[in-house]
Design a protein. Sequence first.
Length: 563
Amino acid sequence: MPYNLLDEGWIPCVQLDGSTTYVGLLDTLYRAHELRGIQGEAPVVTAALYRLLLAFAHRALGGPRHTREWGELWTSPTLAEKWIDKRIQQYRADFDSRFLLDGQQHPFLQSPGLAYREFGSAAKLVFHRATGNNVTLFDHLTAADEFHLHPATAARWLVTTHAFDAGGLKSPDVNGAKSSVRGLCNYFGTAVVIGKNLKETLLLNLPVYAPDQGLPLGTREQDRPAWEADTAPEPRADQEGRPPLGWTDLLTWPSRRVLLQHAHPDGAPAVTGAVITPGTRPRGRSSGHEGTSVQEDLHHVEMMAAFRAPVRSASGRSASKSTGARRLLPVQLERVRGIWRHAHEFLLPVGEPVGQPRLRPRTIDHVAQMIDQKELSSSHRFTLRVYGQQLDDQGGAVEAWHEEALPMPVALLRTTGSDWPLETLLGLAVGLADDVGEELANLERSYRRVQKGDLSEEAARMQRWYWPVLDRPFQRVLGELGDLVAQGEPEQTTTRRALRRHFKGWGCTVQASARQAVDIWQWKHPRTTSRQLLALADLGNVFGARLQELGTAYSVRVKQICW
């Protein structure tokens, strides 16, 4: 029997009772109110499946085409009301064969023209598996070993490969092209607004979708997800690239040409091999010339990422290569520093004048708009989850996966700089943490210089003892700010005092966390010679004085703002 992803259980979901179940694409809509959310075997799988499901929901639901229709979906007990069910069934009738994982003419997200190539191991699909010279720490699979994937697992990693595959050399296409750019989602942290169940989560991330009206921004009438293309992708890479047709085209971007090999080795269906070659390069409408990074054009079309202006060098010049208008680069997750450092970029609206050096995910703008138009209650509480993948400097190997969460107080989504000084205060709070973190790095570097590099232990250990400790306290600050904004008036004396109290408390937390990191670092260092003892003591005193200086300056500035 053909493996149809509309019906087969392949998407891992957590149910309301906490157990795990596997559902097909149709059931993610029909049972969305019974499911808590998607939970893949890795953060990149979860993010890729959410993006795929959003594209499917937009097309199968036929919208939502306007705010009123979105509100009707939100208040409906399920997404399977009769007027919606008719659209879903019609969509199935139109595109049922496009969701066959083992289809012949147009297999799901694959290029059947690659059948001329010899299939490699199915482990090529799974990022943490070793294949060829792609050595991993814990997996010792060799080319001689047989490796089979269940079709459900293969389908999940097929979707993930298009979104997150690392760049570098792939199997050559029909023209011999091997070079590929990294998958689109490697350039940013994928932000998903999480509700109390999958139905809410889908709708919170589904903006008004009307391609014939150019909605959402950057979407053209020709927009369609990859499986709706008239023909399956040719077995050759599109090295010149093209701009996305719109939102669902971007969500299902064909960054690779893939073909899976199917067999029944033990009487059960399995994916026994795969071919992966370079696919279509994404290109912005305003650029595409050599030397322009795809990152610099994403803010025109990508809705699930936050953006900020490039960091300026000491000379005052932007780090961006562009010489025209200021570019915005996507915010990425870092290995040690938490996503909370970018809370104001992810949560706060862009105030006046428009054109500030940041841009929050437009899906969050969509949530704020639904609140403003009374389709969504301001009393709701949501969570923002951000998923990401970190590659090495060459972009060809995976170093880390990330999944982080931020509380998302609805009140903060609608504040403006003219009412509340949150932009400045949050910037100060993150700035203090960054400055203290840099002083910790300076302390370690100074000690290594004193010891003339005669140290065998790993550098930058204090960063791992300092940054993770700050995540939960900052989340508490965000929650307290949300309550304060929802209940108070910005000009009231009591409100100002509360703001000052919250941010001064944060300053104390940063200083205490830094002192603790230094104490651990000093205790773990060898203290066998007088030079080591004196160096640790002297440098610790210098750091303490600098920490006090930074804390005092921060407190004075907070008091000035909240006076």
